[in-house]
Design a protein around this ligand. Structure first.
Ligand code: BGP
Length: 466
């Protein structure tokens, strides 16, 4: 199985998870700054120290055959309050960073929003609020006009997880629970902003490509019972259907809306109604989409559930502690025959294959990148100052095989970005869930290549998997 010559062998990062320097050079407050402090969770400093140490990481990309890097811009480094005043130091920082990437032949794939809404705007309702949508668009337009050296843009990272975790599971700020109505409003608000930002990019003849990054994981019924098949379809409608249909078909299908409205109704909320003006933006944007980014880590098996809502997050890597029972959406059931990580994530590359083939059926799906995939592990440096992360190598190899098989069957996956390039902290799991090709000592900020980095380098040279 061969990779195309121009395949992107990338690594992914996100500003808040790797930069640190949260109070430096005029950066404004992010919702997480307050959430972590109020809940006595993790310190976002130093993270991986990427704000100051990025040259080390780009140099490592060059040494290990990594020719693409996902980077997100921290909104509050550009607009400290989220709107109005621009912080020139933040603007200069990203020009320097992008220049260093480009000078070294590592293409930056830049995301405008990766879970880091400015604090005040998150408190004001995030993307459920029309003013926040406008503030985001002003920020997006500023970046698209300013950073013309960037040729690969994505509006958002993971609209569904950002919305469900803010408003249903409560694991992300502002930590609300079981507000299915707000989650759906937020998804719709972000999808509308994505469409408007893409339309701005195209209307102004910007050079390059503009896409969106969705978390797209497959939901299967636990068995062939009609009610469990329907539960999987309902969960899929709210988690995947809205996002896929909006960006690839320019509309929400009636089937998807009916299932989402069922979930809203059984939880005591009004039906969701989209504004016609928003739908018009989506219709215009959909055929203009240059690429779809797929983030995928696991697959899910669903069973019907109509009891009270209960969500228990496994944030410590204590295997078996996860539980999710959401009224109308279903109960997630773990299959004994499918391997799982310590955080109860089911490892199933076929799920990625099925999703690639599903989205590839849309005419507007011209190109796909796997923008995140990877394995979180509890790791320590060994005496040789490396980590033998064979489990990660196996995981990545199996998922890459699924990608190549999809390409053989007509899909167009143009690149794969490991989550994550180097170790960083995890939003709701802290510093002990490591994903990187490079081990980061969070005290000294030294980087150490893991076995997977050496394996990756060889793979990028031979461009072939057996
Ligand atoms: C995705 C996010 C990433 C990253 C990854 C791993 O949802 O886009 O930012 O965090 O998941 O997840 P976790 O950190 O929960 O293990």
């Amino acid at each position: 199985m061969k990779f195309k010559d121009d395949f992107i062998f990338g690594g992914a990062t996100a500003a808040y998870q790797c930069e640190g320097a949260t109070k430096e050079d005029g950066k404004g407050l992010v919702c997480w700054d307050v959430f972590y402090e109020e809940n006595d969770l993790y310190d976002p400093d130093p993270a991986s120290g990427f704000y100051h140490e990025y040259k080390q990481d780009i140099d490592n990309c060059v040494k290990f055959g990594i020719n693409g890097i996902r980077i997100s811009i921290a909104w509050t480094r550009i607009f400290p309050q989220g709107f109005s005043e621009v912080n020139q130091k933040g603007v200069d920082h990203y020009h320097d960073l992008f220049k260093y990437c480009l000078d070294n032949g590592v293409e930056p794939y830049v995301t405008l929003h990766h879970f880091d809404t400015p604090y005040e705007l998150n408190i004001d309702g995030d993307f459920t609020n029309e003013k926040v949508r406008e503030d985001f668009l002003a920020y997006a337009k500023f970046c698209l006009d300013e950073f013309t050296e960037v040729k690969k843009w994505a509006s958002f990272n993971e609209i569904w997880p950002w919305s469900v975790n803010q408003f249903i599971t409560g694991t992300f700020p502002p930590g609300k629970k079981y507000r299915f109505d707000l989650a759906v409003e937020n998804i719709h608000g972000m999808l509308t902003c994505h469409a408007k930002a893409l339309n701005y990019f195209k209307d102004n003849n910007k050079e390059g490509e503009f896409g969106v990054i969705h978390s797209l994981e497959t939901y299967y019924p636990i068995d062939e019972k009609a009610e469990n098949i329907e539960a999987a379809k309902r969960y899929d409608a709210i988690a995947n259907g809205l996002c896929i249909e909006s960006v690839l078909a320019g509309r929400y299908s009636q089937e998807t809306l009916d299932r989402v409205n069922y979930i809203l109704e059984v939880n005591g909320f009004d039906k969701f109604v989209a504004e016609e003006a928003d739908l018009a933006e989506m219709r215009k944007a959909s055929p203009r989409l240059d690429f779809l980014g797929i983030n995928s880590y696991q697959a899910h098996w669903m069973k019907e559930y109509e009891g009270e809502n209960l969500h228990i997050h496994n944030g410590t890597g204590d295997k078996g502690s996860f539980k999710s029972q959401l009224k109308g959406m279903g109960e997630e059931v773990k299959r004994d025959d499918i391997p799982k990580t310590d955080w109860d994530w089911s490892i199933y590359p076929q799920g990625l294959y099925d999703m690639i083939m599903r989205v590839s059926a849309y005419d507007n799906c011209k190109k796909i990148y796997i923008t995140e995939n990877g394995l979180g592990l509890k790791e320590k440096l060994n005496s040789e100052k490396t980590v033998n992360d064979d489990a990660r190598i196996d995981y990545v190899r199996d998922h890459l095989k699924a990608v190549l098989k999809a390409n053989e069957n007509g899909a167009n996956v143009a690149g794969y970005f490991l989550w994550s390039l180097m170790d960083m902290f995890s939003w709701s799991n802290g510093y002990n869930k490591r994903y990187g090709f490079f081990f980061v000592d969070f005290d000294t900020l030294e980087r150490y290549p893991k076995k997977s980095a050496y394996w990756w380098k060889e793979l990028t040279e031979i461009k072939e998997l057996n």
